[in-house]
Design a protein around this ligand. Structure first.
Ligand SMILES: *Cc1c(COP(=O)(O)O)cnc(C)c1O
Length: 399
């Protein structure tokens, strides 16, 4: 089938919840993707911050192949060694004590919300606890995750949301303090807001939230589904701030292509929250998912992924800064590590238009918020790839 025929066939059967770009991606190699016609694309999206290790990574593929040939699934009624290995490595990497594996990021957020509510319920027996979330946040599309997502457009058609969620302004500590009362059981936020437009938390804000939680017996839930797993230059972005959450959500790069997420917590939270019967999943953390997480964490270390992020992100940041100085349509840039955004003056040029032009020229980028082009390359990216990306981007901005 030609690419257009595949697209037409897709439009007949797939539910129209995405306006997809008109290309069919067929295979990948390192930093590059190829469409069904063989056209090559430099990838600065990584399947939305997923494929950290680069496409067709032989060590990753070998481990996955071996697990496929051995055992894919057992259900959570039984123990499975790859999953226990994965849990051990993930608790070490995060500094958390206990983990529950999910199939997606949204499900990890659901679990985090349930944990926080159960913890508060066991403390005082009441059932009207509140959660404070942030405006312009993104936590996923299931009803609980959507309820803490500060975006009215995503919520409106699906009202009512789950109850007792209050929204504060990100990076405005007094707006959070104003919402705290004796019903508040948790504060949830992204350490670095992704979909909302690449906004890193101010140190003053995040440290203040930590203290606010400690002073009031409130649980801090950090969503590092996008900004975690090395993308910020630390294994988890909260490490930049010298604080720790009580509950942490991860997904995206934690499986590098095998759909898996997790919510993790401290022993103090685990001891006084979910018990047998409270939560479950059929697929979550099956042997394939366990093998993926375990392998990803091994390969991060073996391939010195963090070192590469820190080296290349400095270079990327410098190149983006230069672009901002050269082009009228650019207002600035924001980000941490290899999670960067260019901010556009949308009266002059829209991020969507830039992404379209880039795709045409063989570069994959995505937008964030209303005015940002987002850079989320696989974490194996080199300075040469940055140069190649900037060269194409220059042409897109000049057109
Ligand atoms: C992508 C994302 C989610 C949702 O993850 P899914 O796997 O798409 O359900 C939640 N939170 C953040 C910060 C994300 O970037």
């Amino acid at each position: 089938m030609s690419m257009q025929e595949i697209i037409n066939a897709g439009e007949e059967v797939l539910l129209h919840t995405y306006n997809r770009y008109p290309i069919v991606l067929d295979r990948g190699e390192g930093m590059y993707l190829y469409d069904a016609d063989g056209k090559k694309y430099l990838d600065f999206c990584a399947g939305i911050a997923v494929f950290a290790l680069g496409y067709n990574n032989p060590d990753y593929n070998d481990a996955i192949h071996a697990q496929v040939d051995k055992l894919l699934h057992t259900s959570n009624y039984y123990y499975s060694e790859p999953t226990i290995e994965a849990a051990k490595k993930l608790t070490e990497a995060t500094g958390m004590d206990r983990v529950f594996f999910t199939n997606s990021g949204a499900e990890a957020v659901e679990g985090a919300i349930k944990t926080a509510r159960k913890y508060a319920y066991l403390k005082d027996g009441s059932t009207d606890h509140e959660i404070i979330a942030m405006k312009h946040s993104f936590h996923g599309r299931t009803m609980g995750a959507l309820s803490v997502t500060g975006n009215e457009k995503y919520q409106q058609p699906f009202m009512p949301m789950i109850g007792n969620i209050r929204f504060a302004d990100f990076n405005d500590l007094s707006s959070v303090k104003a919402l705290v009362n004796d019903k508040t059981c948790a504060i949830i936020l992204e350490t670095l807001q992704g979909e909302g437009g690449i906004h890193p938390a101010d140190p003053y804000f995040l440290k203040g939230i930590r203290k606010l939680c400690d002073d009031n017996g409130i649980l801090l839930i950090l969503d590092e589904i996008q900004c975690g797993m090395g993308r910020s230059g630390k294994m988890f972005a909260f490490e930049h701030y010298g604080i720790k959450p009580d509950i942490l959500t991860v997904a995206k790069a934690v499986g590098c292509g095998v759909p898996v997420g997790a919510f993790l917590m401290t022993e103090a939270v685990a001891k006084s929250s979910l018990v047998p019967g409270d939560h479950g999943t059929t697929y979550g953390g099956n042997p394939l998912a366990g093998c993926a997480v375990s392998t990803v964490l091994d390969l991060f270390r073996q391939n010195h992924i963090l070192e590469n992020v820190n080296e290349v992100s400095k270079y990327l940041t410098a190149q983006l800064e230069e672009l901002v100085m050269q082009h009228d349509c650019l207002i600035g840039h924001r980000g941490l590590g290899l999670m960067q955004g260019l901010i556009f003056d949308t009266n002059k040029l829209s991020p969507g238009e830039v992404v379209k032009r880039a795709l045409d020229k063989g570069l994959i980028l995505i937008t964030a918020g209303a005015d940002v082009v987002r850079f989320l390359p696989p974490l194996i990216v080199s300075k040469q790839h940055v140069d190649e990306m900037i060269e194409i981007l220059q042409k897109c901005l000049q057109e």
